[in-house]
Design a binder for this molecule. Sequence first.
Ligand code: FES
Ligand code: FE2
Length: 390
Amino acid sequence: MQGDAQEIDREIGKDELHRTGPDTLMGKLLRRFWHPVALAADVVPGRARPLRVLSEDLTLYRGESGAPYLIGGRCGHRCTVLHTGVVAGEQISCMYHGWRYDGTGVCTDIPAEKRPRGNPIRIAGYPTREYAGLIFAYLGEAPAPAFDLPRKSVLEDSSRSIFNKRETWDCNWFQQIENSMDAVHLNFAHRWGVVGEFGGSIAAGGAIPDLSYAETESGVRQTATRSKDNVRVSDWTFPNNNHVVAPGPVAGGPWLHLSSWHVPVDDTHTLRFRACAVEEKDPEEMERIKARYDLEFEPVDHAEQLFRGDLNGISEPSLISAQDYVAVKGQGAIFDRSRENLSSSDAGVAFVRRVFLRELGAISQGQSTKRWARLSEAIHLAEPPVKVAE
Ligand code: FES
Ligand SMILES: [Fe+2]
């Protein structure tokens, strides 16, 4: 398998892993999937905001009905930004000369035009979907695939509450994909500082794990075995979601299901969305759990401090993010993979690259990519300590 990967590497080039513009192989691959693009709570009815994702500048707005719409970033007339426009009903009018667009990007009115226009004006328009506190969008060619791959039973479980977090990192998305396939970094990066239970004996402590990776219908199942009582399984969904369980921020409290997406803004910035599902319905207790998370924490705002190795004042749940940020941004805004030396503990990094390079290879040769589908049977992500099945 390693030989295959090297061959594909030579053919496709590892640089293709980090390029996400519309005309790149990865840009084409990513545009075949739904991605979260905003926190649902950040977009209020009747208002618009600018959004950059997959190297495209866009306008995200909610109509007065509450439905979200994602259309081009600039007006089709003389190209001023559209997010400064006025939302009325389900449409938005440009502030400059009033050209009006519907939620699919079709221009529906040109108020200052006296003569009828021959060609209809159309800017980009992409379907959206609200799920687990996030707004998802599909930026590829029509028809959009069914909204199925991002779904998880744990995110639809009425016994759980969900809260969300968004961060924006100033480095390439694929470094973050590789990091989520690197179970060994828990033993080191997440001991960089003091991290309470997550950095203690359960998740990050103990032996260097034995690693195993298996491709599934939806992505990759990662298993890190540190002892017979400490087996961590994570369920990674193609192309950019990682689902793990982890202790909550309140000692002795419920564990969290953390479903995280890494979405390229462009090649040097990444949106990171998280849906945290917790088995706790008591609103006061939920507020206590949420309050322990600094939901406003952006590692990039603390970069200077973090790269001095100073973790003072950063709360425990945010520390995990800060440590990952230091490790991953520390590789550079775009990591030069020609300088690396992979070892056997990087099995997950090699594995996930191989999967991507295979898919990029198929696109470059005009062949079909894998038909990724939601798991027919969810992977059980047990809370450690977990006995290994005999
Ligand atoms: S630039 Fe938008 S209406 Fe003229
Ligand atoms: Fe990490």
